[in-house]
Design a protein. Structure first.
Length: 554
């Protein structure tokens, strides 16, 4: 039945038809990339931001965030600060633009603030960042100027007579609404680029070719085939000498929608940490952009480096080069914000203890950098909550082969996590009161739960009211707590609103040892608040309250 539904959807989408006959494939980017959709992308990015920590920086009294827009200088540092592909997850379309954290911050304050950028570190041991080879490092085989000589052909074959030719200054293409030969969306075409590469300095380079989801390409370097897309070859290492030129030829064929072509390299760079320290020392505030990317934690990734194995995580820690960078920057004593970009939880107990402010930004999409800047500088009050648990270490979890649910997910985790499921801070404060539930129920009839939520702070903001159920008379295999409802509210300072939830029979039931849903009996704790109940100490500081009461199922 599931297979039937899947293929019915695929047939209706035209996935077994030629692209030119599929109406969905003919929708131009002017529609997909409309103003309305751009605004929606920004809205989603803003609402996904989760503020994990916001305390005073050294020698200050007030929380570090939001930052002053009139600050004299800001250092934006980290391997994820200006890396466009980090903003996208493992499955995504092709945006016409991507705003990185650096670009978002520059757009926000650069007119009055000096913004200093430094990469600071590689994202992980064994991972070198690839950048488009700049025009002034490319020499065309024909024609003048910088770049590579390009011959474009209609269709899937490279022949003797190109349809058009000239010099492409850089091989860094996303052909969106039109293809380069016919001008039609998703039309087949081929390209041959020829010329030379000239290295700016001697050392070992990593040269790569990225065609997104297309593997129809070959790259020849000094007349030797180095990359064959059909064999999933994307990059190779080669020693280059400063001033010497090297022949390069690329043959590329595009079939179907979303054609892309990117000729990249990684240059030797031994001064990343020093450049980051220099940027931080001449700035009033530091914004550290760390985390992961979809190449490290993407499905079926070929990467096998410390902490990562084929897209799987073998550790939850932040990669070692980034930890070294973070500790060095914090040692300088500058007010520092940590912006974490990742698609999964990262164990960062050192950061929690030593960094004044932490923002979990995930992979924010095309407008992610704008959303980050909006939060950091107070144009948007964060209201997102964690949809997963952040653990202190992989040691807090049972073995991957242990199928006992104990210590798995927020429902069964018995210790105190780094940050719990449902956690998130705001620039304002909310209180909960007037929780109303019946004193008892038969377990079959719907139960209405209401509570009053009030913004008691000085800023407008969003609150995510969460309803949790905890059976007090059941232990062992049954969840310690379970989320049964949530609602996002927008409240002005002093404004109150009543939230209403309805619990049905299934919400109040339990599952027996045979996996059957049965009616529960006994006492049930009902909790309504802006967080998961049951945590004290630093996890309770600055967060919203919780209203709780006990109901009996008879």
């Amino acid at each position: 039945q599931s297979l039937h539904r899947l293929f019915r959807a695929r047939f209706r989408l035209g996935m077994f038809d030629k692209p030119e006959k599929v109406p969905y494939a003919q929708i131009p980017y002017s529609v997909v990339d409309s103003k309305k959709h751009r605004q929606m992308a920004l809205k989603m990015a803003r609402e996904s931001m989760v503020l994990l920590k916001n305390e005073p920086a050294p020698k200050n009294k007030n929380p570090l965030l939001p930052l002053d827009k009139d600050v004299n200088s800001v250092a934006v540092i980290g391997p994820n600060a200006d890396k466009p592909d980090t903003m996208l997850g493992n499955y995504h379309g092709t945006p016409s633009f991507i705003t990185t954290p650096l670009k978002g911050i520059q757009d926000k304050v650069a007119s009055r603030t000096n913004v200093h950028y430094a990469r600071g570190a590689e994202i992980a041991d064994g991972r070198k960042r690839q950048l488009p080879i700049p025009s002034d490092r490319l020499i065309p085989s024909q024609g003048s100027g910088h770049g590579l000589y390009a011959e474009y052909f209609s269709g899937k074959k490279i022949s003797e007579q190109p349809a058009k030719q000239g010099v492409d200054k850089q091989i860094n293409f996303k052909w969106l609404d039109d293809t380069p030969v016919s001008g039609k969306l998703a039309a087949d075409f081929s390209v041959r680029w020829t010329g030379k590469i000239k290295a700016p300095e001697s050392g070992t380079y990593i040269i790569g070719f990225d065609a997104a989801r297309n593997y129809n390409y070959k790259l020849y370097f000094d007349n030797n085939l180095k990359l064959d897309g059909s064999k999933r070859q994307h990059q190779f290492s080669v020693p280059l000498q400063s001033g010497k030129t090297y022949n390069v030829k690329i043959e590329y064929t595009s079939t179907g929608p979303d054609p892309q072509a990117h000729l990249t390299w990684h240059k030797p760079n031994q001064h990343l940490l020093r450049e980051a320290v220099d940027a931080a020392q001449k700035s009033d505030v530091v914004i550290l952009c760390l985390g992961l990317d979809s190449h490290l934690e993407g499905e079926e990734s070929p990467i096998q480096i410390p902490g990562f194995n084929g897209g799987d995580r073998t550790k939850l820690d932040l990669p070692a080069p980034q930890v070294e960078l973070m500790k060095k920057i914090i040692s300088l004593g500058k007010p520092t914000v940590l912006v974490m970009l990742s698609g999964s939880a990262i164990a960062m107990p050192w950061a929690k203890q030593n960094v004044p402010a932490i923002l979990q930004a995930w992979y924010g999409g095309q407008a992610g950098g704008t959303a980050i800047a909006d939060v950091l500088f107070g144009d948007y009050n964060p209201g997102g909550r964690l949809p997963i648990t952040f653990y202190k270490s992989v040691d807090d979890l049972p073995s991957f082969t242990n199928y006992n649910m104990r210590h798995r997910t927020y429902r069964y985790f018995e210790d105190e996590p780094l940050y719990p499921f449902g956690y998130g801070l705001s620039y304002t404060h909310f209180t909960y009161s007037d929780l109303k539930i019946p004193s008892q129920t038969d377990g079959n009839s719907p139960v209405e739960v209401t509570a009053k939520v009030k913004n008691t702070g000085s800023k407008s903001g969003d609150e995510v009211a969460q309803l949790y159920v905890s059976h007090q008379d059941y232990a062992g295999m049954h969840p310690i707590r379970a989320l049964k409802g949530f609602e996002r509210l927008s409240l002005d300072p002093g404004e109150s609103q009543t939230v209403k939830f309805t619990l049905n029979a299934e919400d109040l039931s339990v599952v027996d040892a045979e996996g059957k849903t049965i009616k529960a009996k006994g006492h049930v704790k009902i909790s309504v608040g802006g967080k998961q109940p049951g945590f004290k100490g630093d996890l309770d500081a600055h967060t919203t309250g919780v209203a709780e009461d006990i109901m009996k199922i008879i």
